[in-house]
Each structure stands twice: as C-alpha cells, then as structure tokens.
Design a protein around this ligand. Structure first.
Ligand code: PXP
Length: 246
C-alpha cells in the first residue's frame, strides 16, 4: 500500500497568523495519526513562518510513526536537524518570497555540497530524500549524491488545465519513477495533490509515499483532521485496489 504523509505546516500557518498557541500542529499530528497517517511531515523554514523549533522538538517526542522533516540546506537548519534526529529528511529548495515550495531542488548544480550534507545525515542513520522535478538529469544526480529516496514534485500535474495535459504529465512522472527505480532510488510524490487528483497518481505511479498537506488541512476545517486523513487514506486504498485489479 502507498503510505500517506500528512503535512501539518498549514495548521501552524493559522496559529502564526495571530502569533498565538492555537491551533497546535502537535495536536493536529496526533489526530492525523488516529486518522491513519503513516508519516507526519513538517517544514522548518529559515524564516519560521509556520513551524517553530518547539513544534519540531515536541513532534520528535510524540510521533511514533515517521517524522519527515522538509528542510533547506542552510547550516543552521542542518545543525538543528542533526541534533533532533528525525526519521527522514527531505531536502527542498527554499526562497523567502515564495508562498510554498515552488520548484524541485537543483541537484545537478550543487552535487558536492549535497554529497557532503547527505553523508552527515546518513552517518546518523537519518533517511535522506530529495524533492525534485521529474527530470532525468536531476534523478540521476540524486542517486550520485547518495540520496536514498526522491520525492517527485507533482505540482505541474496538479495544475494541469485539461485531461490531456494531465495524462501527459502523469506519463512524465511515470517515466521519472522508472528511471529512479532503475538506479535503486525509492520514490515518493507530493505537492498540490487533492481529493480530486490523487486517484490517478495512485493508479499509475509505482511509489512508496504520498505527501499531502493543504487539501487535507482544508477539508479538516469542515470535517476534522482525523476524518480528513481517514478519507484520504480510504481514497488511496480504493485506487490502489483498482490498480491491483488491472
Ligand atoms: N512535499 C513538499 C516537498 C512540500 O514542500 C509540500 C508543501 O509543503 C508538500 C509536499 C505538500 O504540498 P501541499 O500542501 O500542496 O499538499
């Protein structure tokens, strides 16, 4: 079964809008766990716009499934991650002005730096994934720098404006999965996935984890986070079963 990683940054975004103590992403993570989340994801950004250091520390203590820390490669954040020791890190590019992570990491242009950082994490038994676009050069470079896994950026697929475009983008993702698996990488996917567009991803891509945030937290406002996570788990299960029967 494809695992579901739930990104709770968006809960912290609401809290930070008032600089208060609620809603707490730590509570959200506990309820997401009850709803069946397999992974809890947070992004400790350099500008601390949503997740705070205190959230990371508490989640490290309270998440018993897997804690996936999205992070940039800045010295400060690398040092914090090595100290906290989450189960998995996903290296992402980070720009101050962006609303959310916009593109995939350029692995080809920073191979030496990434090789050094990844080695430090692997030496501490922290599993390393790289968030990249479905691009052959980036995938091969991810393998060369020592990553164990990649997370394919599904943003273009999510933003497709027609069914035809969405099928073409899924085929590009599919080819990316094949290339990655050929060089021994495990493959995750995420960004922009919703209750409407996740089904085809599950049916067509041979991946390990889906990482979803905004759509689940949006639905949680109306149905509660535990239910929202359960509904997404059910959806993944339903489409996974369709895939098995093909
Ligand atoms: N994966 C990565 C690497 C991300 O940066 C994000 C956004 O925080 C997600 C997945 C989840 O994207 P969304 O919030 O659009 O579901």
């Amino acid at each position: 079964m494809i695992k579901l990683g739930v990104n709770v940054d968006h809960v912290a975004t609401i809290r930070q809008a008032r600089m208060t103590y609620e809603p707490d992403p730590v509570t959200a993570a506990g309820l997401a766990d009850l709803g069946g989340a397999d992974v809890i994801t947070i992004h400790l950004r350099e500008d601390r716009r949503h997740i705070q250091d205190r959230d990371l520390e508490l989640l490290r203590e309270t998440v018993f499934t897997k804690l996936n820390l999205e992070m940039a490669t800045s010295q400060e954040i690398v040092d914090i991650a090595l100290k906290i020791n989450p189960g998995q890190i996903t290296l992402v590019p980070e720009k101050r002005q962006e609303i959310t992570t916009e593109g995939g990491l350029s692995v080809t242009s920073q191979k030496k730096m990434l090789t050094d950082i990844i080695k430090r994490f692997k030496d501490q038994d922290i599993y390393v994934s790289l968030f990249i676009d479905p691009d052959e050069k980036q995938i091969l470079a991810a393998s060369e720098v020592g990553a164990q896994s990649i997370e394919l950026h599904t943003g273009s697929y999510a933003n497709a404006e027609s069914e035809e475009q969405s099928s073409e983008l899924l085929e590009i993702l599919n080819e990316a999965v094949r290339i990655a698996r050929n060089v021994g990488l495990r493959v995750n996917a995420g960004h922009g996935l919703t209750y409407k567009n996740t089904g085809p991803v599950v049916e067509q891509l041979d991946i390990e984890e889906l990482h979803i945030g905004h759509s689940i937290v949006s639905r949680a406002i109306f149905v509660g986070i535990e239910n929202a996570v359960r509904e997404m788990k059910d959806l993944i299960y339903k489409h996974y079963m369709i895939k098995q029967s093909l």
